[in-house]
Design a protein around this ligand. Sequence first.
Ligand SMILES: NC(=O)c1ccc[n+]([C@@H]2O[C@H](COP(=O)([O-])OP(=O)(O)OC[C@H]3O[C@@H](n4cnc5c(N)ncnc54)[C@H](OP(=O)(O)O)[C@@H]3O)[C@@H](O)[C@H]2O)c1
Length: 351
Amino acid sequence: MTDGYRVGVVGATGAVGSTILEVLAERSLPVREVVPFSSERSAGTRVPFAGGEVECRPLSGESIQGLDIVLSSAGGAVSAEWAPRLVEAGAVVVDNTSFWRMHEEVPLVIPEVNPDDAAGHRGIVANPNCTTMQTVVALAPIWREAGIERLVASTYQSVSGTGRNAVEELNAQSKAVLDGDAPHAEVYPHPIAFNVLPQVETFKDGDDYTTEERKVMAETRKILGAGEELRISATCARVPVIAGHSVSANVQTRDPLSPEQCRELLAAAPGIVVMDDPAQGIYPLPTAAAGRDEVLVGRIRRDPSQENTLNLWIVGDNLRKGAATNAVQVAELLHERGLVGVPEGAAAPAA
Ligand SMILES: NC(=O)c1ccc[n+]([C@@H]2O[C@H](COP(=O)([O-])OP(=O)(O)OC[C@H]3O[C@@H](n4cnc5c(N)ncnc54)[C@H](OP(=O)(O)O)[C@@H]3O)[C@@H](O)[C@H]2O)c1
């Protein structure tokens, strides 16, 4: 038994980190103390937690001592450097960045989908990409019941997925356009206000898919335990929405699955709410998903152009289930299974 964990939150002033603090206060992980970390820039900033405030400190050899669990969301470079140091200092790290997700010694876990993978951790457990997270929560029951041969995912991603600077940029650009001024773009390569950008993250090393699209394809396979036989193609777009990502998923199953069977299957699965009465205007919306932990699924219908294929519309709150809630659920899973701490004799995964 524990009298509660000493929990570090790295990136506590950010979009994900501040949501982690909210979710930690709402849920039942036993927490003795929360220790928020930011960069030197925001050190000393007081952030809200459980009706009070806690003060951010910078990461240092000294400040990371004595932590049991660390929930980290301060970008890949910070996680590359600090996750192994935190593990060495005795903490188990649940990491929200993309840096560790595809590392073969790091499990990539959604508690509703592949909880058993957490058992193999060597100090770091990765949290999936937000778009991948909500897509896989919705697809896992279909994968288990009818098999999936091919997925075509088209995404409509909100600006909070990029962080707090992007939210400020959308607000400022919207105001500028409404005032008749030219919008100024810094976070994205083009103005996002009143626009749709067919680019989420970057085109790396001449690849014609973006890094976000590559994440959706690779992480989906890793979480489901699938190989290249699961064919996936993703197109990720950024839309001028503050919170909540939407995904249009075209899913070809191995075995026949009717829309009615799919609705029943998803309605019975954990973490999913089926909202599917389109004639009454009932379907998932980002405004309905914002602030919720469940993934919303609707517009479930046959693809008339291909056998054994369904179309689904999947919406989730990228900051909650897409990041913070899943990270806290992973911490709860580690707690319930006695997996908090670094396994004896295990060296932290090397970057
Ligand atoms: N936004 C999403 O929906 C989402 C979903 C899943 C995963 N993620 C991942 O989560 C990470 C954070 O995303 P975000 O959207 O929360 O970004 P954000 O709003 O820009 O916040 C970044 C946070 O990192 C902190 N930070 C920056 N450099 C640091 C350093 N050297 N040491 C300690 N803290 C440092 C910042 O502190 P300061 O206040 O000091 O600058 C801030 O708290 C990214 O890797 C992102 O890919 C984001």
